[in-house]
Design a protein around this ligand. Structure first.
Ligand code: ADP
Length: 244
C-alpha cells in the first residue's frame, strides 16, 4: 500500500469531468503529475486536500481515510497551491510565530536550517518575495512541521530557469531525507530532472502511471525525449477525441 492512496475519484463540473482517478504514491519517491492546462491536475490536488468534495472516490494517507482524519493528516503533510495564503504585509517572522502554534510537530531547528538553505530572511514580507521565494516559503512552512508528504500544485510555474533548477535540487535533497513529493507541472523538463514516477493525465483521465524509465520504454520511439513523447501523445489523443 502507498503512503497516499487515491481511489476512483470523480468530480463533475458543467464543462469538465475528472474520471475515476486512481493512483498511489510510494514513500520517499518524487512523482511528477503532468498534463496540459485544463486536464484536471488542480482539481485532483484539491480533492486530495479536501478543498473540494469529489462526487465519488476515496483518499487515504498513512493508511487513514482523509474523511474523518483530516486534522491529523494535515499535521503530517505540507502543501502549496501556488496561491499566497498568508498575510502579505506581515513579516515572515510574524507569520511563522502564528503558524507554528497550529502544529504539534513544529521543529524550530528544521525551520532555521531550511530558512538558511533557502536563503529566506525572516524580516521580509510575502509582498516583497519573488515567485521562487514564495514557493520556498511555502516549502519552509511545510518542512518546519516535518511534513512527510509534500503536495505541490505547479511549484515551478513562473520561476526563471535558475530558480526552477534550484527548487528541483531542493526536491532531491528532501527526497534523500525520505520526504515523499507529489508535484504537478506542465513543464516536461521538470520531470526529466527529478521525477521518479510519472502520472500523466489527459482530459480528466489518468493515461499513464509508472516509473520514468517504464514510461520511456512503453511510449517512446527510438531517440525520442520525454518531451517529444508527451507532445506526440497529446497530439494523438486530441485527434482521437476529435474523430470519436
Ligand atoms: P489543470 O490544473 O490541469 O490546468 P484544472 O483542474 O484546474 O486543470 O481544471 C480542469 C477543468 O475543470 C477546467 O476546464 C476548468 O475550467 C474546470 N474547473 C475547475 N474548477 C472548476 C469549478 N470550480 N467550476 C467549474 N469548472 C471548474
Amino acid at each position: 500500500m502507498g503512503i497516499v492512496e487515491v481511489k476512483n475519484v470523480s468530480k463533475i463540473y458543467p464543462t469538465f469531468r475528472l474520471k475515476d482517478v486512481s493512483f498511489s504514491l510510494e514513500a520517499g519517491k518524487i512523482t511528477g503529475f503532468v498534463g496540459r492546462n485544463g486536464s484536471g491536475k488542480t482539481t485532483t490536488i484539491k480533492a486530495m486536500l479536501n478543498l473540494i468534495h469529489p462526487d465519488d472516490g476515496k483518499i487515504a494517507y498513512f493508511g487513514m481515510p482523509l474523511a474523518g482524519h483530516e486534522t491529523e493528516i494535515k499535521q503530517r503533510i505540507g502543501y502549496s497551491m501556488g496561491t499566497v495564503s498568508w498575510y502579505p504585509r506581515e513579516t515572515i517572522r510574524e507569520i511563522v510565530k502564528v503558524t507554528r502554534t497550529f502544529y504539534t510537530s513544529w521543529d524550530d531547528d528544521a525551520y532555521k536550517r531550511y530558512a538558511s538553505l533557502f536563503g529566506l530572511e525572516d524580516n521580509k514580507k510575502p509582498i516583497e518575495l519573488s515567485a521562487g521565494m514564495k514557493v520556498k516559503f511555502n516549502l519552509l512552512l511545510a518542512l518546519s512541521h516535518r511534513a512527510e508528504v509534500l503536495i505541490l500544485d505547479e511549484p515551478t510555474s513562473g520561476l526563471d530557469p535558475f530558480s526552477r533548477n534550484e527548487l528541483l535540487g531542493v526536491f532531491h535533497t528532501l527526497k534523500d531525507q525520505g520526504v515523499t513529493i507529489f508535484f504537478s507541472t506542465h513543464i516536461i523538463s521538470d520531470l526529466e530532472q527529478c521525477a521518479d514516477t510519472i502520472l500523466y493525465i489527459h482530459d480528466g483521465a489518468i493515461q499513464a502511471d509508472c516509473s520514468k524509465k517504464a514510461f520511456m520504454q512503453e511510449y517512446g520511439q527510438a531517440g525520442e525525449t520525454l518531451e517529444t513523447i508527451l507532445l506526440r501523445l497529446e497530439r494523438w489523443r486530441d485527434r482521437e477525441a476529435f474523430f470519436k
